[in-house]
Design a protein around this ligand. Sequence first.
Ligand code: 13P
Length: 259
Amino acid sequence: MNRKYRKTIIAGNWKMNKTASETAAFANEIKPMLPKNPGCEMLLCMPAVNIPAAQKAFKGSKIRIGAETMHYEASGAFTGEVAAGMLTDIGVKYVIIGHSERRQYYGETDLTVNKKVRAALDAGLTPIVCVGESLEQRELGVTDELLAYQVMTALSGVSSQELRHVVIAYEPIWAIGTGKTATSEQAQEVCGNIRTLLRKSNDARTARAVSILYGGSMNAKNAAELLRMPDIDGGLIGGASLKTADFVTIIEAAAAVEA
Ligand code: 13P
């Protein structure tokens, strides 16, 4: 990470876990455990239905509440969906877009991800755009090309000014929920390549201002090593963000880098 040029972000992705009451219990437990000045943005992304309860429960703490997905249209006949304006209206600032589970189970593609990034930025949200390769793609040796395609498609039509309000999360699919983390070298290599790509497609000042997170079995044990890497500006954490002690340890690991 590099705090001089960009934000460090420790973000949880709760996926389809915890009820509103469990969320409140988690908030009450974690609040006294949080460092006073973590030096990073702390965020928990959760199912939209639980966001208002979470905002209430986390009041007085520095943890922000984000969403896990949104639709790209502003309104209309899209049963079950949530629009960007609905999120901003209740004070949400961050939204995860294009998580590999959304791509796998709900048919999201690089093109719909691009539409969602556009809609999020237009609404004033910060999209956390997820990209990553499968094990098969890594073994075929096409990781760099695939990631370049995913990133460039997601960001098509996004200006340099807007790019400063975009967060990218590199999440190798083979590392998600498997306990099999990318090594810090593997993760750094891809995150570094993404930054180089942003430098080429935009400019050096913009590229160095974009936070690039790593996600995929990041936990209390391996976080410090991953977060020490120069182009890894935080984590998008699934399983370990559901446990207060583990999430706090990861936040502390981020706080300790360059401290
Ligand atoms: P795990 O941390 O459970 O592997 O999940 C990572 C993830 O998908 C975060 O978005």
